[in-house]
Ligand binder design. Structure first.
Ligand code: SAH
Length: 351
């Protein structure tokens, strides 16, 4: 059986069209599914019995069940362990900020990228998530907390740009005004740097309607040599190819670029690293301002053996960047006591 939550409103309209139904039915059904969040077709009271049973013959309404919820004692961040239809597990994180709630969701079961500091990749990638499975992670958080999610970061396990078609479908579904209507401007996709996919993303929507989502690049090193030590993907794409691609994304969309940089003691945290990083990121934004660098003191992952620099060393790195005109911010960590921080998500319960 197929999950009806995987369909965009347009795909739903095409399906209904093939049944001989009127197009406006798609909007009604989409709202039942993504806004009112019914769990069975019979709850769609303004849809005929015949159509309801026809849909029920072909589709299920998926649900990503939260098997376990861990709540951080430090900041109230919630980490969810979801069990999917096929028995696989993924994790997602709900973060409460002063004026909004952010959902960090996974895009694959596991990850194939092999970054040395990250727990999500330890057992490789099992499979891509469907668009519905990405949305359902958010729905389950809303059901559990009774609060609305307004911002989404696709920074859980997986490389979203290697699950491109489903990622696009997910963004379409979650931003649809007849569903959750989360603004594309509040959605951030984080990538380890799949160059051709960055170009593809930049060119979505043709000349009229460019992409509104934010793009974050996991950089983590200022030179190819250092990056290759931390991230196998750096063997495939060089920093100059990557910065060109990011520039293209900026030129097309004018969305501010973010660069993520996990500070690892003794690997990428010297004053020289900061200087080289600043040089690399010059001219990556509008004149007079720059791209933003998110500095993340590396989070402990048992298997990686990588340590974080001291708080002072992180501050010094940030100041050095700023001396060269690059804005850095040391990311506030949320959920580190429940292994819910960046790079700590896994595909199994391990507590
Ligand atoms: N595959 C995507 C999205 C998932 S990772 C990507 O690479 O961007 C989300 C962010 O957490 C990435 O920037 C990743 O490099 C970072 N990260 C991974 N492990 C980390 C760790 N142990 N400490 C800090 N950040 C980490």
């Amino acid at each position: 059986m197929k999950d009806i939550l995987d369909l965009t409103k347009k795909e739903l309209a095409d399906t209904l069209g093939s049944y001989g139904e009127k197009p406006y039915r798609a909007k009604q059904i989409f709202t039942w599914l993504h806004q009112r969040r019914v769990t069975s077709f019979d709850q769609m009271t303004d849809i005929s019995k015949t159509l309801r049973s026809k849909l029920a013959e072909e589709y299920v309404i998926g649900a990503c069940r939260a098997d376990k919820v861990q709540i951080s004692k430090l900041d109230g961040t919630r980490k969810y362990l979801y069990r999917l239809e096929d028995g696989s597990f993924i994790e997602g994180v709900f973060m409460r900020y002063r004026d909004w709630n952010t959902a960090c969701i996974s895009s694959q079961v596991g990850c194939a990228m092999g970054c040395r500091f990250c727990a999500s990749t330890i057992n490789g990638c099992e499979r891509d998530l469907s668009a519905g499975e990405m949305a359902e992670q958010i729905y389950a958080m809303e059901d559990d907390t009774g609060e609305a999610v307004s911002n989404v970061v696709i920074m859980g396990s997986g490389e979203p740009l290697l699950n491109y078609a489903n990622l696009m479908r997910f963004i379409d579904i979650i931003s649809d005004g007849d569903g959750k209507g989360i603004s594309k401007r509040n959605i951030t996709v984080s990538t380890c740097g799949i160059v051709p996919a960055i170009y593809k993303l930049a060119d979505e929507g043709g000349d009229e309607e460019h992409m509104q989502i934010n793009l974050a690049l996991s950089l983590h090193a200022p030179t190819d040599e250092k990056r290759r030590k931390l991230m196998p993907i750096a063997e495939k794409y060089t920093l100059s190819e990557l910065t060109e691609a990011m520039k293209h994304y900026y030129d097309r969309t004018h969305r501010r670029l973010t660069f993520e940089y996990a500070l690892v003691s003794g690997e990428n945290d010297t004053a020289q690293d900061a200087e080289e990083l600043a040089k690399l990121l010059r001219n990556m934004g509008p004149a007079g301002s720059s791209a933003l660098v998110n500095l993340i003191p590396v989070n402990p992952v048992k298997e990686s053996g990588m340590g974080r620099p001291t708080r002072e060393a992180c501050e010094a790195f940030k100041n050095k960047l700023e001396n060269f005109g690059i804005n850095g911010s040391i990311r506030r960590e949320l959920g580190s006591d429940i292994d819910g921080a960046c790079g700590q998500l896994r595909m199994k319960s391990h507590a």
